[in-house]
Design a protein around this ligand. Structure first.
Ligand code: PLP
Length: 236
């Protein structure tokens, strides 16, 4: 079995290769290690390997981990991203513990996060989740609704609009992956013209990372390739 440290090195190698292929700087893409369902020992190992950005999907589990590492020697380097769906009754915990939220798709959630963000913390950095495949069932705002949502959220005092996030439907060929991601990056460019602080595109996972990077991704979200397969049997 390979170690978490080796896995991280391998993923970073793949990111570097993907950036070289499309002529981007290697450091223009950040690795977000998705640690959901994984124990603090696994995160500890990743931190020891120099990985400091972590993504969590479940509020209570994520909060427990943020608290656990709040006394760690690397605590000032750690950046916690919330990437899962947020129920209204959980916004306070997210606002009080996380640095970033990738999964904003409605005004109501954003307003609660802004209202509940403690005054002594930096503004919560937020991404709007876009439903790029326009399916009925998945979360995310449509491209048509995006400008109106961005306008409301950009005006909120304690959160900062930084960009877009997407979880496209799985596609196996590069060209269709790329086409979907390109739609997102075009939408980001459009947003930038109104909101100069916007600079972040969270898109690309293990199977579509190369296409996402070619299309302009700045954060790739990788879980299994770093930490191994997840066991959901303990989850409610
Ligand atoms: C779980 C998850 C990931 C990571 O998925 P892997 O297949 O384990 O790499 C990335 N993004 C989101 C939003 C996730 O929920």
């Amino acid at each position: 079995m390979t170690s978490i440290k080796q896995n991280i090195a391998e993923v970073i190698h793949q990111i570097t290769l993907a950036t070289e292929k499309c002529g981007r700087a290697a450091d223009s893409v950040q690795l977000l290690a998705v640690s959901k369902t994984k124990p603090v020992e696994a995160i500890e190992e990743a931190i020891a390997a120099g990985q400091y950005a972590f993504g969590e999907n479940y509020v209570q589990e994520g909060v427990d981990k943020v608290n656990h590492f709040s006394t760690h020697s690397a605590k000032n380097l750690l950046v916690w991203h919330f990437i899962g769906p947020i129920q209204s009754n959980k916004t306070r915990l997210v606002a009080e513990h996380f640095d970033w939220v990738h999964s904003i798709d409605r005004v109501k959630t954003a307003k609660r996060l802004s209202d509940q963000r403690p005054a002594n913390m930096a503004p919560l950095q937020v991404l709007l989740q876009v439903n790029s495949n326009d399916e009925e069932t998945k979360s995310g705002v449509s491209l048509a609704e995006l400008p109106a949502l961005a306008a409301e959220i950009a005006a909120m005092p304690n959160i900062e609009l930084r960009g877009l996030m997407s979880i496209p439907q799985p596609a196996t060929d590069f060209d269709s992956q790329f086409a979907t991601f390109k739609t997102l990056s075009d939408a980001l460019e459009q947003l930038k013209t109104t909101y100069p602080q916007v600079d972040t595109l969270s898109m690309g996972m293990s199977d579509d990372m190369e296409a996402a990077i070619a299309a302009g991704s700045t954060i790739v979200r990788i879980g299994t390739a770093i930490f191994g397969a997840r066991d959901y049997s303990q989850k409610a």
